[in-house]
Design a protein around this ligand. Structure first.
Ligand code: ADP
Ligand code: MG
Length: 304
């Protein structure tokens, strides 16, 4: 009962969107597929859900083969596509009954009620989908993905475009669903994976660059910290570099702003101020910079 992806390559013409990707997902986990735009996340998800075939490689889902058993695979998978193509002219309940009908769900009316409750659509089910906010549209998307009670749920950027409140609600909803099902979701936001997933598969330019528990990835994030420091006049980079714990410095602009990279376990701020005083320089501002995915990739690829 698991997803086994073995050496999948997908080419669009000459372009390789996926390059020999392999991973295994065992049941009952929430796995994040993390990567920047164009990394190949949606392509991977479309392959897993039998929407497009891979160019080469094999996928088996609960011992079913992607090519031979695609109909059966679709029955055990729920899929929320990236640009959730909801039928905007349909009413919420009408749409869910329509999708449930395609899957030949038995006891459809009560199943739709159940989905409406589960995804918090009680107040909205009478409306046309086109009249719902983005957050509620995503709930409808989740409800349609779950209508046939699939064992596996594939969610392509389920929280993109949501406001902070909606974000928290949808994340909680996914976490709850993840208690009973295997969930794979894609995102380009590191914090999203940390908030919801047990494990992250990081993908860049069609290749897996890391596959680890979220805890271990957080450690990686903490291995390096970046401070943005603005001085009132020019500073020699070697003076900053001489501070214990500083691994790298980078001048960001002409107005004496620097990015100071440090090993995450050392607080260099006091030494930074002392250095400035000794040089008769003022620190105008100092702030921690959130690590971007690019920095994490850099760290991952440097370590290999
Ligand atoms: P992500 O979801 O991570 O943003 P995608 O899987 O959508 O990435 O895309 C991976 C790469 O494949 C991108 O460079 C994209 O431009 C390309 N691509 C995706 N779909 C097609 C397509 N139907 N035809 C040609 N190129 C495509
Ligand atoms: Mg995508």
């Amino acid at each position: 009962m698991s997803i086994i992806v073995n050496n999948i390559t997908k080419k669009y013409g000459d372009q390789k969107a996926l390059d020999r990707v392999s991973f295994t997902i065992s049941p009952g986990h929430i796995v994040g597929l993390l990567g920047p735009n164009g990394a190949g996340k949606s392509t991977m998800m479309k392959i897993l859900t039998c929407f497009i075939p891979p160019t080469s490689g094999e996928v088996s889902i609960n011992n079913l083969d992607l090519f031979e058993d695609s109909l059966q695979i679709r029955k055990i998978i729920g899929y929320l596509p990236e640009h959730n193509p909801l039928y905007t002219e349909m009413y919420v309940r009408e749409y869910l009954e329509f999708v449930g009908g395609i899957y030949k769900v038995s006891g459809l009316k009560s199943r739709v009620d159940e989905m409406i409750n589960l995804t918090g659509l009680e107040e909205e089910w009478k409306k046309k989908i086109g009249h719902l906010s983005k957050g509620y549209k995503q709930r409808v998307g989740l409800a349609q993905a779950l209508i046939h009670d699939p064992e596996i749920l594939i969610l392509d950027e389920p929280t993109s475009g949501l406001d902070p409140n909606q974000l928290v609600e949808i994340r909680n909803l996914i976490k709850n669903i993840g208690r009973e099902k295997t969930v794979m979701l894609s995102t380009h936001i590191m914090q999203e994976v940390e908030a919801i997933c047990d494990r992250a598969i990081i993908i860049n330019k069609g290749k897996i660059v890391a596959d680890d528990s979220t805890g271990n990835l957080q450690m990686l994030r903490m291995n390096e910290e970046i401070l943005l420091v603005e001085f009132n006049k020019p500073v020699k980079s070697k003076r900053i570099h001489a501070i214990p714990g500083v691994t790298r410095v980078e001048k960001l602009s002409e107005n004496n702003t620097w990015a100071v990279y440090t090993t995450g376990n050392v607080d260099v701020r006091e030494d930074l101020f002392k250095m400035a005083v000794a040089e008769d320089i003022a620190v105008l501002s100092l702030q921690k910079k959130e690590q971007t995915l690019e920095q994490i990739f850099r760290q991952l690829t440097l370590e290999k």
